[in-house]
Design a protein. Structure first.
Length: 82
């Protein structure tokens, strides 16, 4: 059976996001209506993972404006108040 390219492209992306094979299978079944075997998903991930890796390597974040730190940094002596 052949699948639409959108389905094939979603599976490596979902896998890279951290979803397990069974969660990817359930997601595609619920949202797209295609039942995929885990072996098919794993085949696509192995086949197309290098494309995703190359894309992410060349991806540069666009930062506009100010960048704020999440943590507060104090310079000077360190005190432990426990």
């Amino acid at each position: 059976m052949s699948y639409p390219k959108e389905i094939i492209l979603k599976t490596p992306h979902l896998y890279a996001e951290g979803l397990s094979l069974s969660k990817i299978r359930d997601f595609i079944w619920q949202h797209e209506g295609y039942y995929l075997y885990d072996s098919v998903i794993l085949y696509w991930v192995r086949k197309y993972a290098h494309l995703l890796k190359d894309f992410e390597r060349n991806l540069k974040p666009e930062i506009k404006g100010r960048v704020h730190m999440d943590e507060v940094v104090f310079e000077g002596e360190e005190e432990e108040n426990l």
